[in-house]
Design a protein around this ligand. Structure first.
Ligand SMILES: NC(=O)c1ccc[n+]([C@@H]2O[C@H](COP(=O)([O-])OP(=O)(O)OC[C@H]3O[C@@H](n4cnc5c(N)ncnc54)[C@H](OP(=O)(O)O)[C@@H]3O)[C@@H](O)[C@H]2O)c1
Length: 300
């Protein structure tokens, strides 16, 4: 079966026509496959792209086979909180409703970098920017209920241990291939904890929040890191054959965005379209609350 057939099969019978769906990081990988699948089935999709050329290419690719698809891109740099606020301002201005927000964009690094706001880059892009985006869009989502918020987290949340609230900026982290993976893992743990607390804060609003693991997917997630060349030349040829395609990797995001079966499920962690149990660090409600407060402080 072709990968697209898997995606198509996944969506058939699900009512997404005319839903307004926003996806962060729609230019490549899982995000691109998610955008393409949802737009091909009639949703109105807005995705973020840092490069207008990359965004245009995705839109042109969809229009080549589906000329009526309602898909567009907007600029949003998740390493710059002012850019996140500007993106959210535009959405509030232009959309009368927002049915689904998919926080998909992510990065994995082998070296320390900082965002424009001075935060450690992995935590800043993967967690803080999405935390801010949700808060900026909270009112619109609640007014649009029933609505869904989806966080593309990862089973890598198991790799970095619990969140270290004395070192959220990873000042003491070693980075490199192993250390960088732990920093990435903690940012994905933050995605799951954030989603749990978010679900609680949205209780009785009709807005659900769930996180997911897309599987091990053949993308270029670590392309921004200094070890990319090493990874692409040595590691991918060895392990790449075990990876899923981006289209297969998009399947749980699409399920959470569309399936009637999950309309009332909230605060859960999914993989392969099923609820899964995350690591115990990711079910620590005290840590989830503490992360929320720390994120607000870092945003101030
Ligand atoms: N691949 C896997 O095996 C795997 C496994 C578990 C979880 N995940 C998660 O899946 C999600 C998607 O990753 P992927 O594997 O599809 O990787 P990808 O192909 O590298 O796509 C990442 C997307 O995020 C965007 N992005 C990165 N940094 C950004 C920034 N500073 N500001 C705005 N956008 C930014 C990229 O946009 P640009 O084109 O502008 O760079 C791109 O569209 C991530 O959250 C990742 O953690 C992936």
């Amino acid at each position: 079966m072709h990968d697209w057939d898997i995606v198509e099969e996944n969506i058939v019978g699900k009512n997404i026509a005319d839903k307004n769906i926003v996806v962060t990081g729609g230019t490549t990988g899982i995000g691109r496959a998610t955008v393409e699948a949802l737009a091909r089935r009639g949703a109105r999709v807005i995705f973020t792209a840092r490069s207008a050329g990359a965004g245009d290419e995705v839109v042109a690719g969809i229009h080549a086979t589906h000329p009526d698809a309602q898909v567009s891109h907007r600029s949003c740099h998740l390493d710059d909180l002012a850019s996140v606020r500007e993106f959210a301002d535009g959405l509030r201005r232009d959309l009368d409703r927002l049915d689904v927000l998919i926080n998909n964009a992510g990065v994995s690094l082998t070296e320390r970098r900082r965002t424009v706001d001075g935060h450690e880059y992995t935590f800043g892009v993967n967690h803080l920017a999405h935390f801010l985006l949700v808060e900026e869009l909270r009112e619109l989502l609640v007014e649009s209920a029933p609505a869904r918020i989806i966080a593309v987290a990862s089973d890598a949340h198991r790799l970095g241990g619990p969140l270290d609230f004395d070192d959220l900026m990873a000042e003491r982290a070693k980075f490199g291939v192993v250390g960088g993976m732990k920093v990435y893992g903690r940012s994905k743990l933050a995605n799951i904890l954030h989603t749990r607390e978010l679900a609680r804060s949205l209780d009785s609003t009709g807005v659900t929040a769930n996180s997911l693991h897309p599987g091990f997917v053949r993308t270029r997630l670590a392309r921004d890191s200094e070890a990319t060349m090493l990874g692409e030349r040595l590691v991918w040829p060895l392990i790449g054959r075990f990876a899923r395609s981006p289209e297969q990797g998009a399947s749980t995001s699409i399920h959470l965005a569309c399936a009637a079966a999950v309309a009332d499920v909230t605060g859960a962690y999914f993989a392969d379209e099923k609820v899964m149990k995350p690591n115990s660090n990711a079910t620590d409600d005290a840590a989830a609350k503490r992360l929320w407060e720390a994120s607000l402080e870092l945003m101030a």
